[in-house]
Design a protein around this ligand. Structure first.
Ligand SMILES: Nc1nc2c(c(=O)[nH]1)N[C@@H](CN(C=O)c1ccc(C(=O)N[C@@H](CCC(=O)O)C(=O)O)cc1)CN2
Ligand SMILES: [Mg+2]
Length: 283
């Protein structure tokens, strides 16, 4: 029987656990603080940011959203980040991506104090991850690891194939699985014989942005299939990078879209914001 991995339920369970940690922090006089910077008026980004705000409020985390026009200069944006870097009550800072084309994403990420970089995108946190040191980890791959744990899927000794090499998903995902003793391969748009490779995976993580590109022929029977895609099909319906209906019957476990990986992203952000506040409270 194939297990459908429920990200909504897992995220809700983790949020219930997190409530106790927030309460304990507040009893000690520390309120976790999250600052979210939203540049421009991308409608999807606006929704994600509103959801982050709501989730923080539900948990009793202080959050502030700094909404800036898409005409803002890179220097002014960095000034704003510097102000937040120096605000002691703010534990986590994130800049919602994507940014307008005139702003250099790398320069912005690099301006965030690595110890407040709650997205885990700063090179210091990337270095910590790849050297298996404690640090903040990008929310989506962090959330995928929480899903694997919740469903008792142990990566140790498994062959993991990740399709996609982005800084936000593919690369950190590879490091996390490697740190949990999987044998990891990263595939990408120039990988030869891609589906021959994906067919060798015990754990297949797909983050390509190509609707339903993974069919049953690309999956090993019994594989765990994690779909990070959020694409639109010909009817404008939200679908993943995996053809769920075709792949589910042969997988041992699979994430749906929506309701799989997506809900774990914001839950992971909250978990890591609280962890940063705990570090502040512990001096
Ligand atoms: N600074 C960041 N920017 C972006 C990140 C990020 O982690 N940090 N990730 C994405 C956007 N994102 C959060 O920011 C995000 C994406 C998707 C979901 C989600 O819950 N998806 C649902 C479906 C939602 C829908 O119906 O459209 C799901 O898959 O079930 C949450 C957060 C890019 N930018
Ligand atoms: Mg999903």
């Amino acid at each position: 029987m194939t297990v459908t991995i429920d990200g909504k339920l897992t995220a809700a369970n983790l949020m219930t656990e997190l409530q106790d940690r927030v309460r304990a922090l507040k009893e000690r006089g520390t309120t976790p603080g999250l600052a979210v910077i939203l540049v421009g008026d991308d409608s999807a980004s606006a929704i994600y940011v509103r959801n982050k705000e709501r989730r923080a409020a539900d948990l009793g985390i202080y959050s502030e959203v700094i909404r800036l026009p898409d005409t803002i200069s890179q220097t002014a944006l960095i000034d704003e980040i510097n102000r937040l870097n120096q605000t002691p009550t703010i534990d986590g800072i994130l800049v919602q991506l994507p940014l307008p084309a005139h702003i250099d994403e790398t320069a912005i990420i690099n301006a965030i104090n690595p110890d407040k970089d709650v997205d885990g995108f700063h090179p210091v946190n990337v270095g910590r991850l790849w050297t298996n040191q404690p640090g903040i980890v990008a929310s989506t791959p962090f959330g995928i690891m929480q899903l694997l744990k919740a469903y008792d899927i142990d990566p140790e000794g498994k062959r993991a194939v990740i399709v996609g090499r982005s800084n936000i998903v593919g690369r950190p995902m590879a490091a996390l699985l490697l740190n949990q003793h999987a044998t990891v391969t990263i595939a990408h748009s120039r990988t030869k014989d891609l589906f021959e490779l994906t067919k060798t995976a015990d754990i297949l993580v797909v983050a390509t942005g190509q609707a339903k590109m993974i069919t049953a022929a690309a999956v090993k029977p019994g594989a765990v299939v994690i779909d990070v895609g959020m694409d639109r099909d010909e009817n404008n319906k939200l679908v993943g990078d995996v053809d769920f209906d075709a792949v589910a019957p042969i997988a041992s476990a699979i994430t749906p879209v929506p309701g799989g990986v997506g809900p774990m992203t914001i839950a992971s952000l909250m978990i890591q914001t609280v962890a940063l506040a705990e570090a502040r409270a512990n001096g």
